[in-house]
Design a protein around this ligand. Structure first.
Ligand SMILES: [Zn+2]
Length: 113
């Protein structure tokens, strides 16, 4: 499952950050996923809980936010906001779009103890 490998990545990133801060435990993780990423937020949240078992993130609370997508339109040469995959340029209706943001995942912040 795609979300599970993403979740395992999240755990690794957060764990190494937490270790650098000499944390004992991570209690909360805030994630951001671009709306254009083919990721289901609820599934990712669930998978993070699974992947966190037997790590310093065990029992941590995960929250997932969606961030806006952006594309460059080759039709009107503008950067436009994209709310989801598969829709045309909101300015000129062209489908000739190059996604420039909204497919990425970020760890926004973590709470440690
Ligand atoms: Zn356009």
């Amino acid at each position: 499952m795609h979300e599970l490998s993403l979740a395992e990545n999240v755990i690794r990133i957060v764990e190494s950050a937490a270790k650098q801060s000499r944390a004992q435990r991570v209690t909360r993780v805030r994630l951001a996923i671009g709306v254009l990423a083919h990721v289901d937020a609820d599934t990712l949240q669930f998978c993070c809980g699974l992947a966190a078992r037997q790590t310093m993130l065990e029992g941590a609370e995960f929250s997932v936010e969606r961030t806006q997508g952006q594309a460059h339109c080759n039709g009107c040469e503008q950067n436009v906001v994209l709310e989801r995959v598969g829709i045309p340029c909101p300015r000129c209706g062209s489908f000739d779009l190059q996604v420039i943001a909204g497919e990425e995942m970020q760890v926004l912040d973590i709470s440690i103890s």
